[in-house]
Structures are given as structure tokens and as C-alpha cells.
Design a protein around this ligand. Sequence first.
Ligand SMILES: [Mn+2]
Length: 339
Amino acid sequence: MTTVHEQVADPTRVPSEVCDAIRAAESIALVGHVTPDADALASMGSLWLALPELGKRPHLVLPEGSVSRQLQYLVEYAGLQACTQAELEACDLIVGLDTAKQRRLNMDDRDALVARISVLNIDHHATNPGYGKWNWIVGHSSSTSELVYAVIKALGCQVTPTIATLLYAGVHTDTQGFALSNTGANSLLVGHDLALAGANIVEVCERMHRSQSRGEFDLLGVIYRNTHVGADGRLAWSTADYGEITGAGCVAADIDDQVEIPRSIEGVAVAILFSEGDRGTIRMNFRGERGVSVLELAQQFGGGGHHAAAGAKIEGTMESVTAQVLPAAEQFVAALDRD
Ligand SMILES: [Mn+2]
């Protein structure tokens, strides 16, 4: 197994083994993480559109029901079509994209397929252990889309306006519109290149920021109402239980960046959203502000992710999980104060 973990390396420099693995394959399965976000979907979709130019047969692995309503437009815009399980099983390469752990790969019969088919793992999650045969992990890259842009260029494929739009949506979302601390000079350069390549920025921004269903809007109301602040204003959290999510007409896939609501309060160092999209499982989204890394906190509960944005899942009720996690979070924030 080869692993390239690049924390300070140039995200424009694609290791030759990444291109070699793609060039050597014929049928290529493109897989993102469960509950795909725009970055995962864009990384998969742009390669799906680009690789036929090299004579490859790419296949999008998107099990039924995995795309949120908000992201459905990307699927339609780019004409993305999911493959069948039989097509997936006949692939000679799996490209895992934006997926920090093997068990988060969004495909049926995952472990058996990974045991049989070589995996190329391209990701920007610093905690990615390198579960592929080949791994290109750039922890400081804003997004996997930023890396995939470099891969598409390195392979000599065209960046069509549709590919540019997908990748722009991926970079835009993971940087919250080039506004988070992961926005580097290279993200802005990639944004510039994608704009020149014909990315439909207006459409992306309208869909991301001004296209909420009434249910998604109502869910934000729930999360605003349930927001609490503790630890002298340095910890903020909110909750949305199963009844509240379904009551607003939403489903688990609709929970995405709503943790930005408790995070938006001045002075907050750590924000957490507890959500029960699936009954009996509480998902936590952790966010750290101003250089605070929440990764260690998420890892205490079996999770992972990035320093500034991490997640975890625990089985239980909202009451039992918050009772377990909030004291640990308060302790974590108190320890920050001592540094
Ligand atoms: Mn990402």
C-alpha cells in the first residue's frame, strides 16, 4: 500500500501513481461518502464526465436515496446517472473520494468489494488512514474537488463548463463560499480557473443559498430555537431530534451545515449540532472557530474529520447522548482556556 499524506505539499502536484492507477483501469467505480455533500458529489460527477475522454468507463456509485433534495440539482444539472450493482461489481478500480474511512464509502457490499477491487483514495480529511492501495491525502486542501481539479488537469482531460460548475460547487460548499479558514490561495486560484472554464457561479450560489424548501427553512427555525450557549459563551450547541426533523418534512440527508447556526454566535470557540435523522442514532457535527481543533473531541466519540470540522455518531436518545457529550465538550473548552 502506498500512502501520500501531504500536510504542506502543493495540492496542485498530483502524484504520478494517482494518474497511473486511473490510466491502467478500464471500468472505474467513483464512490463518495455516505450522505454525500456537494464536495463528494462534485468529485465523483466531474470524474464521471471527464474520464470517457480517456476511453474509460466510469460508473457513479450512488445508492438510491443518498442525495439530499438540495443537491439533487447538481445531479440533474450534470445529468449524473448512478450505476447498477452489477456494473459496480465488474469494475477494476474503485476511486474513493472525500471519504475519510473505508466504512463510510457509500456502496452496498462495501467490504467484499474493497477486498476484491483495488482502491484509489483521494481525500482532504487529515484523519484518512489511507485505506486504499494508492492514497493521495492532502489535509490542508479546502476540498476534494480542489484535488480532483488537479487530477483532471494532470490526466489531460478537458474541463467543460459542466465539470467546472460541479467542481466550483464542491469548493464553494466546503469553504462556505471561500469564507472558512480552509480557504487557501490555491482554492482561490482553482475558483478563478473554474470561472474561466465556464462554471455557472450564479446558479451554484442561488442553489446553495437561496433555494430552501419550506421544510428546510422550518428546520433552521427548530435549530435556532434549540440553540444553547455554555462554558462562558465559548460553547454553543443545538439539537434536532427525529420528531423535529420529520415534523419539518425533512430527512437525515437534509442535515448538512446547520451547525453554522450555533457557530455564528460571537465568541463561540466550539459549536455542536446533535441531530437524530435516523431514529436512535445521534449524529454530531463539531465546528471549531479561530484555529480550535475539534478533531480530538470528535475522536473521543469514535468520529473523525478535519481539525475545524468533524463529526461522530452515537446510538442512543438525544437526552442520553447530550448528557454524555456536553460535559466532555465543556471540559474540552475549559482546557482551551488554560492554553
Ligand atoms: Mn470535502
